[in-house]
Ligand binder design. Structure first.
Ligand SMILES: [Fe+2]
Ligand SMILES: [Fe+2]
Length: 273
C-alpha cells in the first residue's frame, strides 16, 4: 500500500508539473496572459519552467526505479483526481474565463504544494524518497514566494465583471488540489479482495469531511492569507464558498476576511533564485 501511495504521489507530481504548471509558466514567459508583470517576474517564469520540468523528471525516474526495485505494478489509474476535476471546472466556466482559471489554479497549487512537501524526520521513509521530497521543497519555497507576489499583480488587473466569479472559484481550486484521490484509492483497495462497497466504506471512514477540512484548512492557511490581503475575500460569494468547503471555520468572523493591510509583495526579481 505504501508503494502504491508513492506511485500515486509521483504520478500526481509529474502530471501537475508538466501538464498544468508548465503550461502556465510558458504563458507567463511568452506574455500570453494579458497581465502586466515586472520584467523580472516574466524572466523568472523561465526558471520555474526548468525547475518544474526537473521535478517531473525526477518523479518519473523514481517511479520507474521503484517498479524495477520492488516488482510491484502500479494500480493507481492513468490520471490523478485533481487533473480530471480541473478539466471539469474548466469545461464548466465560460471560455473567456479559462485562462484566468488556469492562472488561479497554479497560484493555488504553487502556494499549497510547499505545505505538502514534508516527509519529516520519519526514519521509515526511504532516504532516496526523503531526499527527493527535500530537493523539491527547496525549489517550491521560491515558487511559493513568486506566486504569492503574482496574485498581487494579477488580482487588480482582472476586469471587475470577472472578479466575483473568479473569487468564488478559488475555494474549489484549492480543494481540487487538496482532496484525496478517492477513486484511485477505492480502485487500489478492490485489488486487496475488498468488494467495491467495502472499499468505498473504508475510504469514506478514513477521509471523513472533518479530516479533509482540517487538513485543507491547515495546508491552505497561507493561500487564504494572500487571498484576503489581495482583496479576493471582499467578495461575499467567495467567503460563502470558503465556508461551504470548510476552508474557513463556521465561527470565523466575516469582518476578519476583509482585505487587510498587506506587506509589500511586489516581485523583487530573480535574485531570489
Ligand atoms: Fe515543483
Ligand atoms: Fe513549483
Amino acid at each position: 500500500m505504501l508503494t502504491q501511495h508513492l506511485y500515486r504521489y509521483l504520478q500526481f507530481t509529474t502530471q501537475l508539473e508538466q501538464l498544468v504548471v508548465n503550461k502556465t509558466m510558458l504563458d507567463i514567459a511568452y506574455g500570453r496572459i494579458g497581465v502586466d508583470l515586472p520584467r523580472g517576474m516574466v524572466f523568472d517564469a523561465h526558471k520555474i519552467y526548468c525547475d518544474e520540468a526537473y521535478h517531473a523528471l525526477f518523479s518519473m525516474d523514481m517511479y520507474r526505479q521503484v517498479i524495477d526495485a520492488t516488482g510491484v505494478a502500479p494500480r493507481i489509474g492513468s490520471e490523478p483526481h485533481f487533473f480530471r476535476r480541473l478539466r471539469r471546472l474548466l469545461e464548466d466556466v465560460d471560455p473567456s474565463m479559462r485562462l484566468l482559471v488556469e492562472l488561479l489554479f497554479v497560484f493555488c497549487s504553487e502556494t499549497l504544494i510547499s505545505g505538502t512537501l514534508d516527509s519529516g524526520r520519519d526514519q521509515q521513509v526511504d532516504p532516496a524518497v526523503h531526499e527527493m521530497v527535500k530537493d523539491h521543497a527547496k525549489d517550491e519555497g521560491k515558487h511559493h514566494a513568486y506566486f504569492a507576489s503574482f496574485l498581487f499583480h494579477l488580482w487588480p488587473q482582472i476586469h471587475a465583471k470577472y472578479q466575483e466569479s473568479a473569487a468564488a472559484l478559488i475555494p474549489d481550486l484549492i480543494m481540487t488540489f487538496l482532496e484525496p484521490d478517492r477513486e484511485s484509492l477505492v480502485g487500489e483497495l478492490c485489488g486487496y479482495d475488498l468488494s467495491r462497497n467495502e472499499a468505498e466504506q473504508v475510504v469514506a471512514e478514513t477521509f471523513t469531511g472533518d479530516v479533509v477540512s482540517e487538513y485543507a484548512r491547515a495546508t491552505a492557511r497561507h493561500t487564504l492569507r494572500y487571498c484576503r490581503e489581495a482583496g479576493v475575500l471582499d467578495h461575499p460569494a467567495a467567503v460563502e464558498r470558503f465556508h461551504e468547503l470548510g476552508l474557513i471555520e463556521e465561527d470565523q468572523c466575516p469582518a476578519s476576511m476583509q482585505s487587510a493591510p498587506q506587506k509589500d509583495r511586489t516581485w523583487k526579481g530573480s535574485g531570489r533564485f
